[in-house]
Design a protein around this ligand. Structure first.
Ligand code: PRP
Ligand code: URA
Length: 217
């Protein structure tokens, strides 16, 4: 964990939990097979999701218990929208859907140009209407912050207002860039690493999250 002062960011939460730390440590290992990597990404997302979804809307529902009829709170699943940034965000979406299986999902396709590291958008499908929903954008890696910033720009262009961004490993530079561009967005990170290397990878990081989730390298 890098020694940066996250308290200077009004909306950045570090999920400080030994289970999250443990699981992030073990997926860093280059030896971990794809199926285990994907499974642990899902488990981390469930743990982070528990925290990130702390203040989501609930509604009243009538429940008949063995004793009597009662009105109790349930999650208003349709007011929630999970938006993975393709590809690696799909691994986190799986975890969040374990928590709220009836949530609505959007998808944003962005990849980083291998030379410039600039994000390139290739797909965007979001629910309509979106303005009243809590939009949870997910991507395990927050490196330069370009992909997350652009994805949130797209959500805002379509009318999204209540936006959260959940990632697993953040670089100080990416957290700073995202917060500067979207200070209104609540950002959650499981770990803050040291830095980016000369080709824009997080150090020590875990390599290319999309390739590791889908076994493409
Ligand atoms: C990775 C990652 C993020 C992005 C982070 O995706 O999943 O989307 O890089 O980098 P940034 O903060 O510098 O923008 P990648 O571009 O490798 O696409 P992929 O998931 O399709 O492999
Ligand atoms: N994207 C990744 O998948 N890994 C990094 O370290 C940086 C960007």
């Amino acid at each position: 964990m890098a020694k940066i002062d996250l308290s200077k960011y009004t909306n950045v939460t570090y999920i400080n939990h030994p289970l999250v730390k443990h699981k992030i440590s073990i997926i860093r290992s280059a030896d971990m097979p794809t199926n285990q990597f994907r499974q642990i990404i899902k488990e981390i997302s469930i743990l982070e999701g528990y925290e990130a979804l702390r203040n989501i809307p609930t509604k009243e529902k009538e429940i008949v218990t063995p004793i009597e009829k009662t009105i109790q709170p349930v999650v208003d699943a349709k007011s929630l929208c999970f938006v993975p940034i393709l590809r690696a965000g799909l691994g986190m979406q799986e975890g969040l859907l374990e928590l709220v299986p009836e949530a609505v999902c959007g998808h944003i396709g962005i990849y980083r140009d291998e030379v410039t590291r600039e994000p390139k958008e290739y797909f965007c499908k979001l629910p309509n209407p979106i303005s009243q929903r809590v939009i949870v954008v997910v991507d395990p890696m927050l490196a330069t912050g370009g992909s997350a910033t652009d994805a949130i720009n797209l959500v805002k262009e379509k009318g999204g207002k209540k936006i959260k961004f959940v990632s697993i490993i953040g670089a100080p530079q990416g957290i700073d860039y995202l917060h500067k561009n979207h200070p209104d967005v609540q950002v959650y990170v499981g770990c803050v690493d040291e830095k980016l290397n000369e080709v824009g990878y997080i150090v020590p990081g875990l390599g290319d999250a999309g390739d590791r989730i889908f076994g493409t390298k």
